[in-house]
Design a protein around this ligand. Structure first.
Ligand code: URA
Length: 444
């Protein structure tokens, strides 16, 4: 078996055997298959796709490429370990709020998160805008914090699904992110290796997501639910709207500030709704065997965690435990802020028909809030605050959004792109729904 034959077979539309996939993933992880061959293979998969059997084998090979965690012995007997994962969107700071809410309800959340990918942001980059906060924890620290606080968000360790870690970074810079089998295997390999008993998947759908149509998002949701079910895990996937940015803030520190607002119950309505829904699904999946919890009671618990201040206190404790400055949680206005803010006014009166989230996400990357190549530094303060969303009526001159930039020149460089992201026209437009659907068990 050799790497070139496997690349050629996939390039020509052949179906790879589990042994071939295993050989390729092991070789890539151990460094005997170099980046350029892995990139060529990823491009072949991008164009040719994979059968469900290939995707399952790829998921398994990546999950087994490193250590596999079992956190049960760090938690009270009977605890169901529930994880969540988003397929990636613009303004998606859901984990920052859902983690503390669920932990405040008594269900421990020990989570590995990723960095920004293409035009979407990443939880770890966002949290790193909090001075001192670190995603790097030893396994012993991870377990200790999970026991003590019930909330840990760490970077993917080098030992956990290392094949995905390397492939993810390579895909980000080779145009091979939006591939259904690569996304499904990437997400599910991490979740399986991290030892979750149950997983809530947030499958983003729309122009600001890797899955642009409901058909694609449904296919991804079903594929991931099927992979998880085959591996003996309980999986629920929500298919959620990503036509326009989630909430108002796009950009690392701006999103942390908005997540903190949501923990005060003061987040934008669409974001607050999604946080409640994802947290509710996690509580339902986390119900220990032999006990029952109905959706209304779970939702009540979620709301109480927010109104009582327990979720905010949990977030603060988590930030401090990972070396962050807790005072920034109390005064989020002190998080990094860009020196220049430029409003983008509506050219004419009308109703907002569309806000192209991908264009906004790419503009934030161009401002320095994301990466063009592996390892690029991030400017935490830059971003965009979206003021007008789909369905909002605006007058000529009403601010549609505000650009937060490192300089006036940088703001002007993205101005046209941001103006082009907005469609304002006559005619009523319904606000967009936040959740399109739910997939709960393997079908077909
Ligand atoms: N999130 C992941 O973890 N992997 C992908 O490939 C895309 C989104």
């Amino acid at each position: 078996m050799n790497a070139v034959d496997i690349i050629v077979k996939k390039r020509d539309g052949g179906e790879l055997s589990p042994a071939e996939i295993d050989f390729f993933i092991q070789g890539f992880t151990q460094g005997t298959i170099p980046d350029y061959q892995a990139a060529a293979w990823a491009m072949a998969v991008y164009f040719q796709g994979m059968s469900d059997a290939e995707t399952t084998a790829l998921t398994q090979a990546m999950a087994e490429s490193g250590e596999q965690l079992d956190l049960h012995d760090s938690l009270p007997p009977g605890t169901v370990i529930v994880d969540k994962h988003s397929s990636g969107g613009v303004g998606d700071k859901t984990t920052l709020a859902v983690g503390p809410v669920v932990a405040a309800c008594g269900l421990p959340v020990g989570k590995m998160s990723g960095r920004g990918l293409s035009f979407t942001g990443g939880t770890i980059d966002k949290l790193e805008s909090i001075t001192g906060w670190s995603p790097e924890l030893s396994e012993a620290q991870f377990r200790r914090q999970l026991r003590a606080i019930g909330l840990v968000i760490a970077g993917q360790t080098a030992d956990l699904a290392p094949a995905d870690k390397a492939l993810y970074a390579l895909r980000d810079v080779t145009g091979t992110v939006p591939s259904l089998p690569l996304i499904a295997s990437s997400i599910m390999s991490k979740k399986l290796a991290a030892g979750a008993d149950a997983i809530v998947l947030d499958v983003k759908c729309g122009h600001g997501a890797f899955m642009e149509t409901l058909k694609e998002a449904n296919a991804l949701a079903k594929l991931m639910v099927a992979i998880g079910t085959r591996a003996g895990r309980k999986v629920v996937a929500l298919i959620t709207q990503m036509e326009q940015p989630l909430g108002n803030a796009v950009g690392n520190a701006l999103e942390v500030e908005e997540a903190i607002a949501s923990l005060h119950g003061q987040g934008p309505a669409d974001f607050q709704t999604l946080v409640e829904q994802v947290a509710t699904e996690m509580l339902l999946l986390g119900t220990p065997q032999g006990t029952t919890l109905d959706a209304d009671t779970a939702r009540e618990q979620v709301r109480h965690a927010i109104t009582s201040g327990a979720a905010l206190a949990k977030f603060r404790a988590f930030v401090v435990a990972q070396g962050g400055d807790g005072a920034l949680v109390d005064e989020p206005a002190r998080l990094p802020h860009a020196p220049v803010q430029v409003e983008v006014p509506a050219a004419a009166a009308g109703v907002v028909q569309a806000v192209d989230s991908r264009a906004i996400g790419l503009a934030v990357v161009a401002l320095g809030g994301g990466r063009h190549k592996k390892g690029d530094p991030i400017d935490y303060g830059v971003g965009v605050i979206v003021h007008a969303k789909v369905g909002d009526a605006v007058e000529a001159g009403t601010p549609l959004c505000t650009i937060h930039a490192a300089s006036r020149e940088a703001a002007h460089d993205v101005m046209e792109q941001i103006i082009g992201a907005y469609t304002v026209a006559d005619g009523a437009r319904e606000p967009l729904p936040i959740v399109y659907g739910r997939v709960a068990e393997a079908q077909g």
